[in-house]
Design a protein around this ligand. Sequence first.
Ligand code: GP9
Ligand code: MN
Length: 656
Amino acid sequence: MGKLKSAGKFIIGQWDYALFVLLLLGKVYYFSEVSGNLFTTLGPVAYAKEFTAWLFGAESEQIFDGVLMISIGTVLLCTFWLLLLSGRKRLLWMAITNIVLSFIILADSVYFRYFEDIISVTVLMQMGQVGDVGDSILALFRLSDALLVVDVLLMAVLLIVMARKKVVINKTSPWAKVGTALLVLVIGWQMTAVPFNKSMENGGEWQFNKLISNMRVYNFTGLLGFHSANITRYVEDNLINRKVYSADEISAAEDWFAERNADRAPGPYSGAATGDNIIVLQVEALQQFVINAEVNGQEITPNLNRLIREGLYFPNFYEQTALGRTSDAEFLLNTSLYPTAEGSAYMLYAENSYDALPAILQEKGYQTNVFHPYKPSFWNRYIIYPQLGIDRFYSEGDFDEAEVIGWAINDEALLEQSLAEMETMEQPFYSHIVTLTSHHPFEMPERLQALDTDGYNGYHDRHFRNYLQSIHYVDGAIGKFVDALEQKGMLDNTMLAIYGDHSTGMTSDTEAFIRFTGAQDPFDYFETNKNVPLILNIPGVEPNQFSQVASQLDLAPTLLDILGGDPSAHHFIGRDMWDTDESQATFRDGSFITNELTYIASSDGIDENGSCYWRMTGELMGVEACEEPRVNGAKELEISDDMLRGNLLEKFNREP
Ligand code: GP9
Ligand code: MN
């Protein structure tokens, strides 16, 4: 009995720790409020009830809504060791922990107000480049932020008071301390691991590893969990698993580029747009199969079809994106390197040095801009753009209000406002516009569904029907944009490049898609799925169509050549699109398409298990027929990965 009593006394004696945990919880809740992310759907009492019931075996999903449970877990993990200390020592270390954590939460809150992102290790590494917020930092503070630090001051006062007082020596057994600390550690671990594993099992793993944005990771980890996951990943990638490249390996990579560059020759339009502006229109989910196609007798893309008749058209142009989706398409354009096999290069290698198209044009006196009306932190754009040589990124907050369709303001408004901005720009400019309206699930307001899609009314057809409607809308927006450029006389000195970023992801599950495209067997599906249109419109150049295979990897060298630059002075993996002897679109998994062959890599990664087709007939061949281009493609992928993993460009430059 006596023992129980003293144990009870001991636990009550830990009130200061309990209070501290609550305080920290309040602070991470504060960040949740600032960032507008769900903390929990239950009030404190209801949560405690449900949680207790759950502990005793009842089912509860609501306790997993939001980041409350993992936030408690991570706070406990950060602080359990304080239970080993007592008296003045405990207060001192509590105050230090409080200062550190409060500072992190305060910095995150202020940073979020400006960038809508959490501070990651990459952000810290790039501090100088993130943009000149200096003056505006003060403006980002709110009076309520003081809540994050008042208790730090109180603790300091308490410490001073305690320093003057005689401390009563507490004679608690060390076992009680160790036992409680261990118990709290176990509870903290469970409250962190259970919700985390649960969200990973519920499909979160893909998003967690895909690294779309830090805020998505936050939704699985809470704020303190985010920082520890982020630091762990950074240390793993950059310190533990970092491959160190020997001088030989570095010069072998350099030789590879020298060889590629020795192969380069000016194309037929070399220098045709020297000194002109360039607008690169990267269209969300625009695929080739809608081009020059009809539904119920109406053209789906009348404006793009017109541009095709008036410009240079590549019907056999292929997208090479991987998990980084839009960001991969941008990355291919900007760097002529392959996307990464996992995650997104925009997130994973934002600190690398690049020999990027915008930076090269910047050197030639271009103003370089990106227009994309979504959150600047999505795909880490605001961090990597300075590395790629982008002067200005017009993102969500830079556009005037307009009707939102799907994720952002509609493409018509985006194009109109971007054009207004370009009109005032110093010339020449490079403007990369990344559209968004035709994003999955392609839903358009009723009044903007201008196509008659009769025959596609079934429930399972809706995806395909929505896709046609949204692409038709985007086509209209592009038409208006090009007309406006023409009226303003800007087409006389502005080259246009228009292409689709990636496929829609529609598979044989979407029967209407298969019916429409006829992409029944694996060979046809592969071709249809990877095929996106490319249209180039160069002032004063006669229309033409080119049937050779080309890919997003080839954009940078080809565009630079047309703009009067010298691709052979850079580190592009892609080739000039007119170098038809070597035409090859290689995909991230090692599949490829050449003018003659199509190779579909096997998902087990074994080369011999891939399928090699004679492209014109779709006839299956022995896999040896694809050997040579397969090996070449694999080498390109390897070089690209080495460039990223080893940040080799910097090492090339450093060599004497
Ligand atoms: C948002 C946009 C998303 O910025 O890029 O497109 P996604 O990568 O999902 O195709
Ligand atoms: Mn996209």
